[in-house]
Ligand binder design. Structure first.
Ligand code: AMP
Ligand code: ZN
Length: 116
């Protein structure tokens, strides 16, 4: 996707602080961290959102989730963390390239969501 910012990060056209990379996945530090540890895991292949993923994407999505424990441990969140996948308008997804947020640190995080 030409104008997608995460595709640009994958292609190296926008710099990022990388935490992990393989042929299918990239993880990098969020530019506006919402917690002491805040990483994003993205597939290199453009999938707009979790709502657009299908059965064929399951292995890739599974690999993204399976990476989070190691990523958290290696980046300063040794004792657990929170994963978030914001999806679409209701989920307030800003960047339309599917990504898993990995939030953590050394102290417990705040409440998961404000009460509506
Ligand atoms: P979401 O609201 O789930 O779509 O979250 C998008 C996330 O991407 C936000 O936490 C942003 O801070 C983050 N973000 C946007 N641009 C960049 C960038 N160039 N490098 C790293 N993180 C970014
Ligand atoms: Zn993209």
């Amino acid at each position: 996707m030409q104008d997608c910012i995460f595709c640009k990060i994958v292609r190296g056209e926008i710099p990022s602080k990388k935490a992990y990379e393989d042929d299918e996945l990239l993880a990098f530090h969020d530019i506006q961290p919402a917690a002491p540890v805040h990483l994003l895991v993205v597939p290199k292949r453009h999938i707009a959102s979790l709502a657009d993923a299908g059965e064929a994407d399951a292995p890739l999505l599974g690999r993204m989730m399976a990476l989070t424990g190691r990523l958290a441990r290696e980046n300063g969140s040794p004792d657990g963390y929170r994963t978030i996948v914001n999806t679409g308008r209701i989920g307030r997804q800003d960047v339309m390239h599917v990504h898993v947020h990995v939030l953590g640190g050394t102290n417990p995080l705040g409440p998961m969501v404000p009460r509506h």
